[in-house]
Design a protein around this ligand. Structure first.
Ligand code: ZN
Length: 254
């Protein structure tokens, strides 16, 4: 939407996470700078020759919703676009947070010492000194979820009373939220899909991600480069391939 693209005011500074786990790290905001997205040296990992389970049949087809997701992301008649985006962000966050809540005991500092999202991709956090640092995935996700929760609770960002307008920075803020929640999806698919299968939650989780991707593309909240990486296949998030597969299957548009 050109409407969103035209609004480029600087985003509100994220709040400090209330749950820092290290005295030496003071991350106050997620990494918004694309140049820093994949800048951390990857952990020494051996690329797996096997296809990830989420790309394999029947898991890749598992869904609660049949057909193209475009139909459920279209702006309903008479609904304000800001309200529509706000309520969907709230739902995506709430659902993703509940999924993560189920998986927290599997996602520990020991099992996930970095915010991994692909064979050679680890997301890094920008700390208070603007340095890119590796954090254990549960810490990174905790910071993201706390940051988003604080924004959702902030009336100046997500107004809930009639007569209150959305700030001009709202589209920009939402894009930042979108990128960070996508990273949480990326980590869960990359590192915890077998546990999702164990819980038989793959139709739910696939549908949530497909809905998230469809909504993000429809309202230009989701950057293609965040799905595909920067052209280096080993730096591509695992779900980039899933996104392409779902497009081929007609579940998602381009
Ligand atoms: Zn994990």
């Amino acid at each position: 939407m050109s409407f969103f693209r035209s609004m480029t005011r600087a985003p509100k500074a994220p709040k400090r996470s209330p749950t820092p786990t290290s005295a030496t790290l003071s991350p106050t905001e997620p990494s918004f700078n694309n140049n820093n997205n994949h800048s951390a040296p990857p952990s020494p990992v051996v690329p797996s020759p096997t296809k990830p389970l989420y790309l394999c049949s029947p898991f890749v087809e598992a869904a609660l919703v049949k057909g193209n997701f475009k139909t459920i992301v279209m702006l309903p008649k008479y609904v304000d676009i800001m309200e529509w985006v706000a309520v969907n962000i709230y739902d995506f966050y709430t659902n993703l947070n509940e999924f993560y809540g189920v998986l927290t005991e599997c996602c520990t500092q020991q099992s996930c010492p970095t915010m991994s999202a692909g064979t050679a991709l680890n997301y890094t956090w920008i700390n208070q000194d603007r340095k890119s640092v590796n954090l254990p995935a549960p810490t990174y996700i905790d910071y993201v979820m706390t940051w988003v929760q604080n924004l959702l609770d902030d009336e100046s960002v997500f107004p809930t009373k009639s007569g209150q307008d959305f700030a001009p920075s709202f589209p920009s803020t939402v894009k930042h939220i979108y990128r960070q929640l996508l990273r949480v999806f990326c980590h869960l698919y990359h590192a915890h899909y077998h546990q999702i299968l164990h819980l038989r939650s793959e139709p739910h989780f696939n549908s949530l991600l497909a809905h998230y991707l469809a909504f993000g593309r429809e309202y230009e909240l989701l950057e293609i480069r965040d799905l595909r990486g920067n052209g280096n296949d080993s730096k591509q998030p695992g779900i980039g391939a899933l996104w392409e597969r779902w497009r081929d299957m007609g579940i998602l548009d381009g």
